[in-house]
Write a protein of this length. Structure first.
Length: 482
């Protein structure tokens, strides 16, 4: 065959002589293979290794200490775990319940049917008679999401798994499945399988966090049950959603998170409400400047909007002169606070302005702020219903984008970028009964994150930043004032 340079793909049929093996040798080999697989499974799972260690230590302690003392130690351990669970539930979940749940679901739900699931989803590869199955590396669980890490077969991409996410969710009996990349590990993919949806319930406002400017404002709850934080410093934010999708929840969640910094003078909010102040007026006591339009203004209804944006550009220019060669990112302080320009309806400033002069002033100021403002501490947060380019030409200048419920599937790509819907951001399928639920993409991270923003009532807005009321003194008959 080597001389003729001919290669035959058909396998050569060989009839070997039968070899007789004792039954005990076959059974022993089968037990050895099963034992080896069990050891590998235990070694790969820290929770299983810890559980086995606890059993071994318990048996040894029983022999050395006796049953009564062992039961006392176990009772103490259980009390400590119970106190940990009640006092620090997040830490208990990370250290105990999460790993144990991940080990149990990883073995019973995923590993048990993994090969069949990969085959029926079309993720296996057969070559020269050999079938290659993507190996499942580990499974971690939260109260609502199972995070399954998989090593992709050479030649596969993240889009291959995203295309069959519905099949994987149905196979494993979960609500939804999303694919996420693993940082610095391009050969791995992480499947987020939603076991239950924690975003169906309203999210209460988060407590004031004075470190919000550094760590990000706590404004929403992610679908894995964790608190999602939004970075404000050095960031422009675009909020897109249909009527009733909850854009107000996003804006007021941000303002609520900024309240401690506003009180300290580190942040100043300049609010622009083209709808006559109907949305932002309840929080006008928090705003350093508030432009809501004036129908009696001889200069035009939109003139005030142009004035406030051009003043923001003036602040930006002066800071550029002072910070040139000193730093590349402004640090908020009481001397130079962070200027947050909030615009409730951007389309009213960019697409629906009848006055050409005002429209030109507004578009010029917005373009300058979005392209140069975030480095010097002048950031823009804008909300809009229609994300098309002819309505919002500077859409691509927002690093962080939030897409709530949208009217069309094509709008998802306009807001979050191409491929976002294939990776699970089905904004057009968010029901009307879930206002404030949406998907967020952050610059540098391709995968959208599903969150629900906190529900802020009008009463909460009017009391933001107000000191707590001291009960009035009343005269009690027969006693002192109380």
């Amino acid at each position: 065959m080597a001389l003729s340079q001919v290669r035959a793909d058909a396998p050569l049929r060989v009839s070997p002589q039968p070899v007789r093996v004792a039954v005990w040798a076959v059974v022993l080999a089968w037990l050895a293979r099963r034992l080896w697989r069990l050891l590998v499974l235990i070694a790969r799972c820290p929770a299983a290794l810890l559980g086995l260690s606890v059993v071994v230590v318990g048996i040894v302690a029983w022999q050395v200490l006796g049953l009564a003392l062992l039961l006392g130690i176990l009772g103490t351990v259980l009390l400590v775990l119970l106190g940990w669970r009640l006092r620090w539930p997040d830490g208990f979940h990370r250290g105990v319940s999460g790993p144990v749940r991940g080990w149990l679901r990883g073995g019973w739900v995923y590993r048990r049917r993994w090969t069949t699931a990969m085959d029926t989803a079309g993720l296996t590869v057969t070559r020269n008679g050999t079938t290659y199955v993507p190996p499942l590396l580990r499974a971690r669980s939260t109260s609502s999401v199972d995070r399954v890490t998989v090593r992709m077969i050479p030649g596969q991409t993240l889009e291959d798994y995203a295309a069959v996410s519905d099949r994987l969710a149905q196979t494993f009996g979960t609500t939804d499945c999303r694919t996420r990349s693993v940082p610095s590990k391009p050969h791995l993919v992480e499947l987020w399988l939603l076991v239950c949806d924690p975003l169906t319930a309203l999210v209460n406002p988060f407590p004031a966090d004075r470190a919000g400017l550094d760590a990000g404002l706590p404004v929403a709850r992610a679908e894995d049950g964790s608190t999602w934080r939004l970075r404000i410093v050095g960031n422009h934010i675009l909020i897109v959603g249909a009527t009733g999708a909850g854009k107000g929840s996003v804006l007021w969640s941000i303002v609520t998170g900024l309240t401690p910094s506003i009180a300290n003078g580190v942040v100043k909010v300049w609010a622009v409400d083209p709808k006559g102040g109907m949305e932002l007026a309840p929080g006008r006591h928090l705003f350093d400047r508030f432009a809501h339009g004036d129908s009696t203004d001889q200069a035009g209804y939109e003139a005030g909007f142009a004035d406030i944006l051009e003043d923001a550009v003036g602040v930006m220019r002066s800071r550029q002169d002072r910070l040139r060669g000193i730093t590349r990112l402004h640090t908020p302080s009481t001397d130079e606070p962070l200027i947050v320009v909030i615009v409730d309806e951007l389309a009213a400033l960019t697409g629906w302005v009848a006055d050409r002069t005002a429209k030109k002033r507004i578009e010029s100021a917005l373009g300058l702020l979005l392209s140069q403002g975030r480095a010097v501490g002048v950031v823009v947060i804008g909300a809009v219903q229609d994300p098309r380019k002819d309505v919002l030409p500077m859409r691509d200048l927002f690093p962080t984008r939030i897409a709530l419920r949208l009217n069309e599937a094509e709008q998802v790509a306009l807001v979050l970028g191409p491929g976002a819907r294939n990776r699970g951001a089905r904004c057009d399928l968010i029901p009307d009964s879930l206002p404030g639920v949406g998907y967020v993409t952050v610059e540098g991270i391709a995968e959208p994150v599903r969150v629900r923003f906190s529900h802020i009532t009008d009463n909460t807005i009017t009391t933001l930043g107000q000191p707590a009321r001291v009960p009035a003194l009343t005269v009690v008959k027969g006693g002192a004032a109380a």
